[in-house]
Design a protein. Structure first.
Length: 348
């Protein structure tokens, strides 16, 4: 096809370029998440213009333009600068009517070139079952699905509020030595050391057969992501549990909400340190957060979260709450040299 692939200066694009990309990304989004509303142009612009600096992640962006000026596909490569220095994460997205015409392969060549320039030997990408063409493309280039997951969804109308009360009552017996507290929006400076410790709980979730190392977090990274969330209008609530006697933090849970999608609440990480597990703290945190949502976010109708299919402890809690599989997801892995060999073979 005759579409031209050009670098996209996502921090400094023109208004026309932003509009064209926003239309394209919403077309792709409608296929991936058919129940969701489109993302407003201003939110897209603010998110892009407030992306983290290159000291944290280098982002490379390309858009394919048809002869009539329509944006018909895009690709993104993210090169993390703080951990997993062997990995490049990428995403290739093409409108359905422009697929199977070589555009994805042309994007892939740029992905591999970028990974090579930054000495990244492993490529990671993700797919959703709602777009089976993505799975077919990655399988065709030699990638393997290394972590099966789901976006799981809870309908607030089906939430058993009596069960929430029971969980909290049992926690009062088993976890009576703990207290709960809240952080709204940006984390307080005085608690940043504790927050960095809590973020390490991210590394305790299962990663399947992915060849990844522990992810590292810093105050700069957290502050930059907070800046991006504020700019795009996303609000975050964090509920933590702390041992009364020692003052040590035991775990936390967090949710994100955007007024542009008022009916949908995104559940983030829920984690408890190993030494504090088996005392009902996970259920206590989940119940406390959902009580808050019921009281202060009456417009929310759905809570969504992403879980690895092998994360049995978290799935047990979520299943009891009423979360159900919404969309199957996979994270794929392929060696850069394997993709280079695929491109050299010139396969269709």
């Amino acid at each position: 096809m005759n579409a031209q692939i050009k670098p996209f200066d996502f921090r400094n694009a023109s208004e026309a370029e932003y509009k064209a990309y926003n239309k394209l990304s919403n077309q792709i989004r409608a296929e991936r998440l058919p129940d969701d509303p489109p993302v407003p142009l201003e939110e897209t612009i603010q998110r892009m213009q407030n992306a983290p600096p290159e000291s944290i992640v280098k982002i490379f962006f390309w858009v394919a333009w048809a002869e009539d000026g329509q944006a018909v596909g895009y690709a993104v490569v993210q090169i993390g600068m703080t951990d997993n220095l062997h990995i490049a994460q990428f995403s290739i997205n093409v409108l359905p009517e422009y697929r199977r015409q070589g555009l994805g392969k042309r994007f892939l060549a740029r992905v591999v070139e970028t990974a090579n320039q930054h000495d990244r030997s492993m490529l990671l990408s993700s797919t959703m079952a709602s777009v089976p063409d993505g799975e077919g493309f990655l399988d065709h280039i030699g990638a393997e699905s290394k972590l099966a997951a789901h976006s799981n969804q809870l309908k607030i109308s089906e939430l058993d509020q009596e069960m929430l009360a029971e969980w909290q009552a049992r926690a009062a017996e088993r976890a009576g030595g703990f207290e709960l507290g809240w952080w709204y929006g940006d984390y307080p400076d005085e608690d940043m050391g504790v927050i960095l410790d809590l973020y390490e709980l991210f590394n305790q979730q299962p990663f399947g057969d992915l060849e990844v190392e522990d992810f590292k977090f810093s105050e700069e990274m957290i502050r930059e992501y907070e800046k991006s969330m504020r700019a795009s209008g996303t609000e975050r609530w964090t509920l933590y549990a702390r041992e009364k006697m020692s003052g040590n933090f035991a775990g936390y849970t967090e949710v994100m909400w955007n007024p542009n999608r008022p009916e949908i609440l995104q559940q983030g990480i829920t984690g408890v340190f190993p030494e504090f597990r088996n005392r009902g703290l996970g259920r206590l945190l989940k119940a406390g957060m959902l009580e808050k949502v019921l009281a202060d976010r009456p417009e929310v109708k759905f809570v969504r979260t992403e879980n690895a299919d092998m994360n049995a402890p978290m799935l047990k809690i979520n299943n009891e709450l009423g979360f159900k599989p919404y969309i199957a997801e996979s994270i794929w892995q392929v060696g850069r040299e394997d993709v280079e060999a695929y491109l050299e073979r010139g396969e269709g």
